[in-house]
Design a protein around this ligand. Structure first.
Ligand SMILES: CC(C)(COP(=O)(O)OP(=O)(O)OC[C@H]1O[C@@H](n2cnc3c(N)ncnc32)[C@H](O)[C@@H]1OP(=O)(O)O)[C@@H](O)C(=O)NCCC(=O)NCCS
Length: 383
């Protein structure tokens, strides 16, 4: 019997599983305790008692803000929410079918040269912090107004009194969002803000480690987040729940899916082998929302899928699963779920980019070559 790839190359870990690729002080995942901490603070506390703005400050500045620091930070974000008209002109030029993830990736590319610190070198730490604040402030504006443009509506102007969640919801709908919707959105942004060396954050760090700029890191992050194995899973999980439709069809659906060796979107995680700590919090929120809205069918479907996945595969839901039906119950269009993840995660990506650049070394792993070698070149006319 031939050796498996890992027997043949014991130093090789497919998918880099278990490989330590850096040192960070930003967040810690404790898989055994199902806990996630940002800068030493439990995300449940931040989601329950704090706000996304407080979380973004904590990530970027490394400490919780005082009341006056938070007020200042909120003012700074409010002053930075608007984006140049050129961003909207570019978004208007995109085909109608453009996925909002492609639109927000494009929007950040257009935005980059308008940053007042555009010319500053990648190693200018103070400029990077200023860029991070602008990126966090503008992400929601671009996602929401991008949505309006796609629907043939004109972009709206952000209101200075709105926080990040309100800004997104107001621009998306043109109406003042209900307090409960704002609260759930704010908590989900907090939970989505940061998560260690996940694929998109690592990709972002690889980009800035070449001494490219923060915006290029964000664009890399968005492109990486888009896939269904990463951020795209929340949209796919909702499509799955809508396909299942009612709780009475859930058991047959999951039995068939597992029989067909399908991947169940919103389940499983490289780091959490027990529960994803963020999913624990958001499941509670999403179920309460279902009761309040008088629509518990997705919570009921979720119970059946979760029980079956646990019993048969010992695999648990990740944050994207409850986020999907929470957003659905809030009336958010399905294809904005992953862009909402972007609105939150720009804080984590920017903070990682800053951390990487403070102590930078080019990230350049190697591969094992298994292809042909030493072939004799045959001139084109002789092939
Ligand atoms: C997140 C994810 C990519 C982690 O991947 P990974 O660490 O590389 O793990 P693998 O994909 O190799 O999965 C390991 C095993 O668990 C199974 N598995 C993992 N997630 C599964 C899922 N969601 N549904 C069904 N089976 C799953 C795999 O089929 C594999 O089984 P096998 O060893 O019998 O082949 C994976 O769990 C997944 O694809 N989940 C669905 C997408 C998703 O929700 N992504 C968001 C993550 S926050």
């Amino acid at each position: 019997m031939s050796a498996t790839i890992t027997e043949k190359y014991p130093n090789y870990s497919p998918g880099l599983e278990g490989v330590i690729a850096g040192i960070s002080t930003i967040s810690e995942i404790d898989s055994d305790r199902s806990s996630l901490q940002y800068r030493g603070y439990d995300v449940h506390d931040l989601a329950e008692y704090g706000s996304y703005e407080e979380t973004a400050y904590l990530l970027i500045h490394g400490k919780l803000p005082t009341k006056s620091e938070l007020d200042e930070f909120r003012k700074l974000l409010a002053a930075e929410r608007e984006v140049p008209e050129a961003v909207y002109t570019a978004l208007k030029a995109l085909p109608k079918e453009t996925h909002p993830m492609d639109a927000i990736r494009t929007a950040f590319s257009v935005l980059a040269p308008f940053d007042p610190d555009y010319e500053k070198p990648a190693t200018d730490d103070a400029a990077n912090v200023r860029k991070a604040v602008r990126i966090v402030a503008k992400a929601g504006t671009m996602v929401a107004n991008g949505h309006r443009i796609r629907n043939g509506l004109e972009p709206l102007k952000p209101k200075p009194e709105h926080n990040t969640a309100q800004n997104f919801l107001y621009l998306m709908t043109g109406e003042e969002p209900p307090a409960k919707t704002v609260q759930v959105m704010d908590a989900s942004l907090t939970l989505y803000a940061e998560h260690g060396f996940n694929a998109s954050t690592f990709a972002c760090r690889v980009t800035v480690a070449t001494l490219s700029d923060l915006y290029s890191g964000i664009v890399t992050g968005i492109g990486t987040l888009r896939g269904p194995l990463h951020g795209g899973a929340n949209e796919e999980a909702m499509k799955m729940l809508l396909e299942i439709d009612t709780p009475d069809k859930a058991q047959a659906w999951i039995d068939d899916a597992l029989e067909g060796k399908k991947k169940i979107m919103g389940f499983g995680h490289r780091e959490y082998k027990k529960r994803d700590s963020r999913a624990i919090y958001l499941t509670k929120v999403a179920k309460e929302l279902g009761v309040e809205k008088g629509d518990t069918r997705f919570g009921d479907i979720a119970d059946i899928l979760e029980k079956t996945m646990e019993e048969r595969k010992n695999i648990h839901p990740n944050v994207d699963f409850p986020a999907a039906y929470a957003y659905y119950l809030l009336g958010i269009p399905t294809d904005l779920y992953t862009p909402i993840f972007v609105i939150a995660r720009v804080a984590g990506w920017s903070t990682h980019a800053i951390e990487q650049l403070r102590n930078n070394r080019l990230i350049r792993p190697k591969c094992i070559y298994e292809g042909d070698a030493n072939l004799k070149y045959v001139p084109l006319e002789d092939r």
